[in-house]
Design a binder for this molecule. Structure first.
Ligand code: GLU
Ligand code: MG
Length: 441
């Protein structure tokens, strides 16, 4: 079977199979194994240093406080269900790896964290479907935006038609379907809304999507930047996360006739997310740069509030275009600097906690929370979210639900690496930060 697979790969002109993982710092890394050794890859994957989770985003150095060091080896074991040809790199295929240590799933693997959380959700009787909207800037080789158009301006579509079309086709070739595409508010900014799927598939697809955006843009002489804030005076890049709750294959997010059309389960799930949001932010808006984006009046989810069709609330409940109850909800306090496995897993942990505690929702906030008086804001619970990654990390450390779910090793490594990034980046001017990190996420 494996030999037949190798023959098939050779027949398709595939010479290397990349085994890919997304590290704690959210850098997508991988090793490419030659087809001639594919049997070995089936047996024991590819080896990488056990220091991988200790590497920050800026450069490769082991963050000591992570609890990890230079000694130790882990294996990236392919999850063959994720196998895809790499359309922009002829001769290469790719597969997402699960990180194994001594033959066991590793506590420090973000993908294993998400799998554990999904197991928990399943035992509680829930399936969670998710989908990302990916916002990005398209820049020319000199770092200038490719256009100066505004939100949904069709001129923006036309200016970048070629390269964006190539991106969308390359994504589709990897089963990553862009259901909507439009120019966003910033100059040269675009959004792709990706088709929903189960949360593990969503995270895997986010990894493939990010790689594809960068690679295809580069091949066409451009740069794609998913960094949350690229230009001081223009819109940030969100990666809003759409979520629906299902049971036995039925969407149970909405309930006709109930308050705001939400089922009690969906309301409790959202209430759990809002309850934990200051700590959750450390995992969903996960870079120092994220907090340049997370500002009032930018539709980025800077307030801990929910609202019906309210684009300034952290959680927006979009009305159903068919007139029925809502089919999903959207978390805006989310960007592409977050590791998608950790972020989605953490959102679900918080939602499940809301379900366990049978939390209920306050009344929705139906206006811009920035314009509420202090008293009104307090009454609605619409607090501003942490203003820095450092503040969000402190909230995370104090959040027993999230740290218990992550486990002690992953919590320690995550907080240490992120604090190291905060220290290194907090005083950097935006242009230098962009120069360093533009294509890292
Ligand atoms: N660019 C905005 C953000 O940073 C989102 C705009 C929108 O799609 O509502 O999240
Ligand atoms: Mg958008």
């Amino acid at each position: 079977m494996k030999t037949a697979f190798a023959r098939l790969l050779r027949g398709a002109d595939i010479r290397f199979v990349r085994v890919v993982t997304c590290s704690i710092a959210n850098v997508i890394r991988g090793k490419a194994a030659a087809v001639s050794v594919i049997d070995d890859v089936f047996r024991h994957g590819v080896g990488v240093t056990a220091a991988l989770p200790a590497l920050p985003v800026m450069y490769d150095t082991v963050v000591e406080a992570s609890g990890l060091g230079p000694a130790g080896e882990v294996r990236l074991m392919p999850d063959w269900d994720t196998f895809q040809l790499v359309p922009y790199a002829p001769g290469h295929a790719q597969v997402i790896g699960d990180v194994m240590k001594d033959g066991q799933p590793w506590a420090l693997d973000p993908r294993y964290f998400l799998k554990r959380v999904l197991g928990e959700a399943g035992r509680a009787g829930y399936e969670v479907r998710t989908g990302y909207e990916v916002e990005f800037y398209l820049l020319d080789a000199g770092g200038r935006p490719v256009d100066d158009t505004v939100f949904a301006a069709t001129l923006g579509m036309d200016v970048a038609h070629g390269v964006v079309g190539d991106i969308v086709s390359a994504l589709a070739a990897q089963d990553v379907i862009a259901q909507q595409l439009y120019p966003e508010a910033g100059p040269g900014q675009f959004e792709l809304a990706l088709a929903p799927a189960d949360a593990l598939t969503t995270a895997d697809r986010m990894v493939y999507a990010r790689q594809t955006l960068h690679a295809v843009a580069r091949r066409a002489g451009f740069r794609a930047a998913l960094l949350p804030k690229v230009l001081e005076r223009a819109a940030g890049n969100g990666a809003h996360c759409h979520i629906s709750l299902w049971r036995h294959g039925q969407n149970i997010t909405g309930a006709p006739g109930s308050a705001h059309g939400l089922s009690d389960e969906a309301a409790a799930f959202i209430a759990g997310v809002l309850d934990h949001l200051p700590a959750l932010a450390a995992l969903t808006v996960a870079s120092p740069n994220s907090y340049r984006r997370l500002q009032p009046r930018t539709w980025s989810g800077a307030f801990r509030a929910w609202g019906m069709d309210n684009r300034e609330a952290a959680v927006r409940v979009p009305s159903n275009p068919d007139g029925g109850p809502p089919g999903h909800v959207e978390l805006k306090t989310s960007d592409a600097s977050s590791n998608p496995y950790l972020a989605l897993g953490a959102v679900i942990v918080c939602g499940l906690d809301g379900l366990r505690r049978e939390l209920s929702l306050p009344e929705p906030v139906q206006r811009d929370p920035a314009f509420l008086s202090e008293a009104q804001r307090r009454a609605a619970g619409a607090d501003p979210l942490p203003g820095t990654l450092e503040a969000a990390l402190a909230a995370l450390e104090a959040d027993r639900v999230l740290t218990d779910a992550l486990g002690p090793e992953l919590t320690q490594a995550y907080v240490a690496v992120k604090r190291f990034e905060w220290q290194a980046l907090k005083d950097l001017p935006l242009e230098e930060e962009v120069a360093l990190l533009m294509e890292r996420y």
